[in-house]
Design a protein around this ligand. Structure first.
Ligand code: RIB
Ligand code: CA
Length: 303
């Protein structure tokens, strides 16, 4: 077994973020050093409580640190239509045994360097970390966000980038190795009833995951007309665990911050038309069966 990869997971739980936390904590290939929270799917208080809830349910004793409550320059835009008023509607969670640490998320990131930053929410914390501590200690940033095709929040913007496009622009221009896991790939990771059945068969934690996915399926059907919800955020974690599962290409990615209709769009120059130096590895394919095997195995290890 190669040395586990040190990771700080920056997230906005969030149904799919919750599964990303379980995948990271339940995989021996990852040394999950800390979880940091950022306002996006819901307010900072709500996403932080949700991180505490899922870590308590799974017995994950990893430090949880609060980050930014607002995007860098824009008002917060939440996804209540998708994740509900709590940000993680569906299951009822038991007592909370995991607390938050006093330090700010970016200081916890700094304390755990060198490491890989996996970001599954708005990029506010990551951008703030880079501005405060520089780029030399970060091994890689693997983020769920953007798309090589259309968006989900607006026609051309994916939610995590849409919430804080200025932060995303800082991250993609930073020079740190960035891997972008976009909707073009995560929309293939559909949590079908067969996947839910595999989760439910794992016992109480698996059933909690099943309940999360049942709520997520209902909102994705209502809002987007999906037959099954896409498990976005764990794909970023899976890329760290086994890069062979997620095929990537080098490309220049421009972040639109001023467009009238295109705020938050990720302009992925797959053919090099703009003559700009590639600044990211962009996911273009996913081994879906291998991905869900990772997820099921990780939840089973935590049960
Ligand atoms: O667009 C999908 C992304 O937005 C996921 O990270 C989901 O949790 C939401 O944050
Ligand atoms: Ca998320």
């Amino acid at each position: 077994m190669p040395t586990p990869t040190p990771v700080v997971l920056d997230c906005d739980p969030g149904h799919d973020d919750a599964i990303a936390i379980l995948l990271a904590a339940g995989s021996p290939e990852i040394d999950l050093r800390a979880i940091t929270t950022v306002a996006a799917n819901q307010t900072l208080d709500k996403v932080t409580l949700n991180a505490r809830r899922i870590c308590s349910a799974a017995g994950i004793p990893v430090p949880i640190a609060r980050g930014c409550a607002q995007p860098l320059v824009r008002p917060l835009y939440v996804a209540e239509d998708i994740h509900g008023a709590s940000g993680m509607d569906g299951p009822s969670f038991g007592s909370i045994s995991v607390d938050v640490v006093e330090d700010h998320a970016i200081d916890v990131m700094h304390a755990n360097m060198p490491c890989t930053l996996v970001a599954t929410g708005a990029l506010t914390n990551v951008a703030m970390y880079l501005q405060r501590y520089g780029t030399t200690a970060v091994r890689e940033i693997v983020l769920m966000g953007g798309s090589t095709e259309r968006g989900n929040t607006t026609p051309y913007a994916e939610f995590n980038i849409y919430v804080d496009p200025e932060a995303a622009a800082i991250v993609f221009a930073s020079g740190v190795p960035v891997t972008m896991i976009g909707l073009n790939v995560t929309h293939r990771a559909l949590v079908t009833p067969a996947v839910v059945a595999r989760l439910n068969a794992l016992g109480p934690l698996g059933r909690t995951c099943g309940e999360l996915m049942t709520f997520f399926a209902a909102t994705y059907r209502e809002v987007f007309g999906f037959d099954a919800p896409p498990l976005h955020d764990p794909v970023a974690v899976a890329r760290v665990i086994d890069p062979s599962l997620v095929t990537c290409v080098e490309a220049f990615v421009g972040i639109e911050t001023t467009g009238t209709f295109t705020r938050g769009a990720t302009v992925v120059d797959l053919q090099g038309r703009l003559g700009r130096t590639p600044n990211a590895r962009v996911a273009v394919d996913l081994d879906v069966d291998g991905f869900f095997d990772l997820v099921i195995d990780a939840v089973a290890r935590l049960t």
